[in-house]
Each structure stands twice: as structure tokens, then as C-alpha cells.
Design a protein around this ligand. Structure first.
Ligand SMILES: [Zn+2]
Ligand SMILES: [Zn+2]
Length: 146
């Protein structure tokens, strides 16, 4: 079967391409995170278990750490809430977080190129990224008057 350049790489190829050892747990982890919506650790663990059966929480943490370090998974940690993981990486997008229900939503970068926010003074830093969290109430919570 001819392989075209437009064909997306398999999850195993993505892991290998990032220099990671390919394991069933890591494949399941990346697929879970990519298919999910800012998942917490427990949700990632249950997604992996749905795919490959039992896996310890320790193995889930190890996998998340490895994939985050390799840049395949992005960790966001809104103040006062548990970390969430997402598969949308490298585009410097920002997040809206609801103070009431904790829902997290993506918001595209205003300008497009990272970092899309320019500090008043960069103090000589070579900046790679800007991370913004907009706090408020989601539409549902606002409507409920929370
Ligand atoms: Zn809400
Ligand atoms: Zn996001």
C-alpha cells in the first residue's frame, strides 16, 4: 500500500519520532489525551484502562511525565486545581477556566505566533511562550447564577 506524505503518523510513530520507547500504555495514553478535552489524571487513567486493561496510577504519572517532557502532551495547571492534560501542543493557545465548575476551554492565540503576548519589558529574556488563563464563569454557570 502506498504511503502518502499526507497520511498522519500512527501513535507509535509519533512516540518513536519523539525519541520515546513505544509501550502499549504510552500509545493508549497519547490516544486518550488527544481524544479527550483537558483531562485530569484519573480520566487519563480510565481512558488507558479502557484500551489496555489495568494500569497503575504510578505508570500513568510516569507516562504523562515522559510525554509531557517530550512535548507530545501539554500540562496545564490552573491555580488551585488539579493538573489537566491535552494533546493540542505547540500552538501557544490559551485557556478559559470556570471558577465554579472547573471546565477548561481552549482559546486561540490572539496573534498566532508564540509568544503572542509581549511583556512591557522582557528583561533580556529570549521568550518562547506565553501562558494565559482567563478566569471566570462558563456560560452554563453564568446562566445558573453561580
Ligand atoms: Zn462552569
Ligand atoms: Zn487547551
Amino acid at each position: 500500500m502506498p504511503v502518502t506524505a499526507s497520511q498522519p503518523p500512527t501513535t507509535a510513530e509519533v512516540l518513536r519520532g519523539a525519541g520515546l520507547r513505544v509501550t502499549a500504555v504510552r500509545v493508549a495514553l497519547l490516544e486518550t489525551v488527544r481524544g479527550g478535552d483537558h483531562l485530569g489524571v484519573e480520566a487519563v487513567a480510565s481512558g488507558i484502562r479502557d484500551r489496555v486493561g489495568h494500569v497503575s496510577l504510578q505508570a500513568v504519572y510516569e507516562g504523562l511525565h515522559a510525554l509531557t517532557a517530550a512535548g507530545l502532551v501539554r500540562r496545564i495547571e490552573p491555580a488551585g486545581s488539579a493538573p489537566r492534560y491535552e494533546g493540542r501542543v505547540g500552538d501557544n493557545h490559551h485557556h478559559l477556566v470556570c471558577r465554579s465548575c472547573g471546565v477548561v476551554a481552549d482559546v486561540d492565540c490572539a496573534v498566532g505566533e508564540a509568544p503572542c503576548l509581549v511583556p512591557a519589558d522582557d528583561l533580556g529574556f529570549s521568550l518562547a511562550e506565553a501562558e494565559v488563563i482567563y478566569w471566570g464563569l462558563c456560560a452554563e454557570c453564568s446562566a445558573r447564577g453561580q
